[in-house]
Structure formats: structure tokens, C-alpha cells
Design a protein around this ligand. Structure first.
Ligand SMILES: Cc1cc2nc3c(=O)[nH]c(=O)nc-3n(C[C@H](O)[C@H](O)[C@H](O)COP(=O)(O)OP(=O)(O)OC[C@H]3O[C@@H](n4cnc5c(N)ncnc54)[C@H](O)[C@@H]3O)c2cc1C
Ligand code: SF4
Length: 327
């Protein structure tokens, strides 16, 4: 396929960028690693591409005065993976960023684009006019569904949410700042993503004239153990078949608070409240880990060709929890 024609603008202010986005069919361009592929493959069309590269304020990573972290959405994945504060205090995020795609894509790709990227379902990315593109069928439901979801489809659309960093941000309870024509708002990341049952044509609540500007991570207690683990079919350049992010806070050796999120599992970053509830109040033991793993996968709904994911999630969740127990 060839790249279609579109105009390209490079605004100098957020206000100007939002004005450009208010014209019909305009699209945000950050690093372009996902956007340009979507345009080339006609996943969607645009008349105007609005580059954010002139908005230097959106690039910084800095500590907040409360001891949290503020990340501008134009920070690259490499910058986040190498950030000293991220490595020390938010290791699941630094690890997730370091495992996205290849070094070239991490140098070019931004965290904002990582959170807003389009799904990878091969029917959606191909020439199929499926439900998500406004058609009336999901081709994956009875088709080649080995990489599709096991939770949250609503029996409508079976994409998996593709971002590694979103899974980590979910366990740190990050908030996202969104700028639009009416000003700014702050939204917990848990409310940012949209399930097919809410709207099958959208992945996030962002409107076409809104821009994700920053990510705010609250300060984390010293007793928090957090981690990210990704399993992929190939060791490089690949999305998660299965991912697990954990953030466990301990008090007197018992789990006081647990956050468990699964990637490659559902159309949104999937919080396993079942596992969290099962872990809370208990020591990490062989029995409590087994109960949490069982709870996390109890409501899985695998398709014909992705049943292996249930065992894969069981395995990596158990391994990750055992690693915490040993540490
Ligand atoms: C070969 C390959 C492998 C990949 N592997 C992985 C992987 O393993 N894990 C993973 O998580 N991702 C992966 N990606 C996906 C993606 O390219 C990167 O995650 C990258 O971070 C996207 O960022 P970008 O700045 O290039 O986004 P862009 O391509 O510029 O934008 C992506 C989308 O987000 C929108 N957008 C971007 N920034 C904003 C913003 N600030 N506000 C509102 N909307 C915005 C754009 O309009 C566009 O729709 C891969 C991509 C490729 C091509
Ligand atoms: S899983 Fe979703 S994106 Fe893929 S074919 Fe079905 S409706 Fe389309």
C-alpha cells in the first residue's frame, strides 16, 4: 500500500494544536511509529496530521514536590527506560518501557503514543471491514484468534490492549492529564480505556480534539514491591502474548494492598480484582499464591485457538508472586 496524501502541521502551542485537531479528521502525530503504519495500511484515513514535536514542554520527566513522578507524554520510551527515578521508584514502568519493540522504536516512540496506539488484531489491521471499523462482523471470533483476548470481550470484539507501559501504570494508580478545547482534566488510568461493550469503535475516552499531555504517578511507599513481566512469541520486536504487573504493599509480612494487572489478556489493561482480593491480608505462601492464581483465571473465556493463554497467565503470575515471596 502507498501512503495517502494529507497535510502536516507543527503547532507551537497546545492551544494551536487543539485548534488544528478540531478540524474534521485531523490526527495527533507523536513519534509516528504506530500512526504512520495505520495510515499506510488504510486502517483509518486523515486529511491532516498534527505533529506534537514543537511542544517541548511535553517532553520532561521530573519528580513532583510530593515525591511522585510527572512524565510528559512526548518523553520517549528510551528516556523512561533509562530514567533514574523510574528505575528506582517505579521499576515496573521502567522495565515495561525497556521491553517495548526494538531500540529504534523505543528511541522514536513516545509514552503518549504507546498509551494511545491502535490494536493489533490482524483483521483490523488488514482489509477486513470488521465491527471495530464500522462493519457488522468480528472475523476473529470464529477465525484466527490465537493472539486474541480471554477477558473483557463482551462477546463483541476480541482485541488485546497492546501497550506494555499501560499495564505498569495501572498498578501504580497513575492519572492522565488530558487537554481539550474546554481546558484540562485529570483522569485515573483505569477510566481511560473503553471496553467493546461500551463502544466497539473506541479504545479510549479521548475525543478527536483532545491531547494526552502528562502522566502523574503518585509517590510510592518504601514497602512496595513492584514488577513487570512480559512473555512474547519472539524475544524481540514483539507485543506481549501475556504480561503481568504487580504492586504489593506489605505490613508485617502480610499483603496490605495488592494491585495485579494483566496485559495481552483483554481489550483494556486488565486489573485482576479477584487476585488482589485473594492476596490481601495474607502472607505469600504456596497456598495463597495458588488461590490468587486460580482466582485471577477463574472467569477467563478463551476462544478456540487461544486456550494456551490461560495456562501461560497461570504460570507467569505464579512465578512472579513466588519471586516476591522469596525477595
Ligand atoms: C514493529 C513494532 C513493534 C512494536 N512493539 C510494541 C511492543 O512490544 N509493545 C508496545 O507497547 N508497543 C509496541 N509497538 C507500538 C508503538 O509503535 C509504540 O508503542 C510507540 O510507543 C507508539 O508511540 P508513537 O509516539 O510512535 O505514537 P504515534 O504513532 O505517533 O501515535 C500512536 C497513536 O496515538 C495517538 N497519539 C499519540 N500521542 C498522543 C497524545 N499525546 N495524545 C493523544 N493521542 C496521541 C496518535 O494519534 C496515534 O493514533 C510496536 C510498533 C511496531 C511498529
Ligand atoms: S477482534 Fe475486534 S478488531 Fe478484531 S476482527 Fe473482531 S471486531 Fe475487528
Amino acid at each position: 500500500m502507498t501512503m495517502p496524501n494529507f497535510s502536516h502541521v507543527r503547532p507551537r502551542s497546545l492551544k494551536e494544536a487543539i485548534q488544528h485537531l478540531s478540524s474534521d479528521g485531523a490526527r495527533v502525530h507523536a513519534g509516528g511509529t504506530d500512526l504512520l503504519g495505520c495510515l499506510r495500511d488504510a486502517v483509518f484515513e486523515t486529511k491532516k496530521v498534527v505533529s506534537l514535536s514543537g511542544l517541548k514542554d511535553l517532553r520532561s520527566i521530573r519528580e513532583t514536590k510530593e515525591g511522585g513522578l510527572r512524565i510528559g507524554t512526548l518523553a520517549t520510551l528510551t528516556e523512561i527506560a533509562n530514567s533514574r527515578i523510574a528505575k528506582d521508584r517505579y521499576p515496573a514502568l521502567a522495565k515495561a518501557a525497556s521491553e517495548v519493540a526494538s531500540p529504534q522504536l523505543r528511541n522514536q516512540g513516545t509514552i503518549g503514543g504507546n498509551l494511545c496506539q491502535k490494536p493489533r488484531c490482524w483483521y483490523y489491521r488488514g482489509e477486513f471491514h470488521c465491527l471495530r471499523k464500522g462493519g457488522n462482523t468480528c472475523y476473529a471470533q470464529q477465525g484466527e484468534n490465537q493472539f486474541h483476548c480471554i477477558f473483557g470481550s463482551g462477546h463483541i470484539c476480541y482485541i488485546v490492549h497492546p501497550s506494555d507501559t499501560a499495564i505498569a501504570l495501572l498498578v501504580y494508580e497513575a492519572a492522565l492529564r488530558i487537554a481539550g478545547p474546554k481546558g484540562e482534566k485529570l483522569l485515573p488510568i483505569e477510566k481511560f480505556y473503553v471496553l467493546p461493550g461500551q463502544d466497539v469503535k473506541k479504545e479510549t475516552v479521548l475525543k478527536s480534539n483532545e491531547i494526552l499531555t502528562e502522566i502523574l504517578l503518585p509517590p510510592q511507599p518504601k514497602e512496595l514491591h513492584s514488577s513487570y513481566r512480559k512473555v512474547r512469541a519472539r524475544q524481540s520486536w514483539d507485543f506481549a502474548l501475556a504480561g503481568v504487573a504487580l504492586a504489593l504493599k506489605f505490613k508485617e509480612e502480610r499483603v496490605e494492598k495488592a494491585r495485579v494487572a494483566l496485559g495481552g489478556a483483554a481489550p483494556i489493561p486488565w486489573r485482576s480484582k479477584e487476585a488482589e482480593q485473594t492476596l490481601t491480608g495474607h502472607r505469600l505462601s504456596t497456598e495463597s499464591i495458588a488461590r490468587a492464581v486460580e482466582a485471577a483465571l477463574r472467569n477467563a473465556e478463551p476462544l478456540e485457538k487461544n486456550g494456551y493463554k490461560v495456562d501461560l497467565f497461570r504460570g507467569i503470575l505464579e512465578e512472579e508472586l513466588r519471586a516476591v515471596a522469596k525477595s
